[in-house]
Design a protein around this ligand. Sequence first.
Ligand code: FE
Length: 210
Amino acid sequence: MNNSAFRALSYGVYVLSTWDNGRPTGCTVNSVVQITSSPATVAVSVNKNNYTHECIERSGNFAISVLHEQSDPSIIGTFGFSSGRDTDKFDKVDYSVKGMLPVVNNAAAYIVCEVEKTLETDTHTVFLGKVTDADVLENKPPMTYSYYHNVIKGKTAKNAPTYIEEKAEKGKWVCSICGYVYDGETPFEDLPDDFRCPVCKQPKSAFVKK
Ligand code: FE
């Protein structure tokens, strides 16, 4: 089987969010699909190891913030490469409460859902949600997964349904948190001490040489 075939599918980049006993939490996801239009339903696939997964099971609802091409990449880093179990991810991100759920402001649109059904796989749950609120936020082109991968040079979190292990070229400096590979013109060693990973905003010290 050639896993590269899956790269031919189109995906977006989204923040999936909900409440954790009154505290907003969430994670980055890339598998969101509209299933029906009337009544509007959407499905989202979430890894069972993600803290957001158990929070959605408890709360019975979720919101999807659709990131756009100019959304701050650190949003993806914050929501994709740390756990809501021990981090208040929304502390670092500008958000609003829409349809009673927390949504990221720096996004193209939001969709709020009530969980209607679930489909279990070994690793992921597909939540089917009935849409209770949705609106456009910032009128910019939505970020596709391929834009994130090829233009922002971001990597896939291990829990994503689309994760394929990638090996960085030998000698390259790689962010140990999000997997971003530094390929700028300035040698990595000569970068200023305040250099931060453009994806997850971790300091220079978080990079390792392959
Ligand atoms: Fe990083």
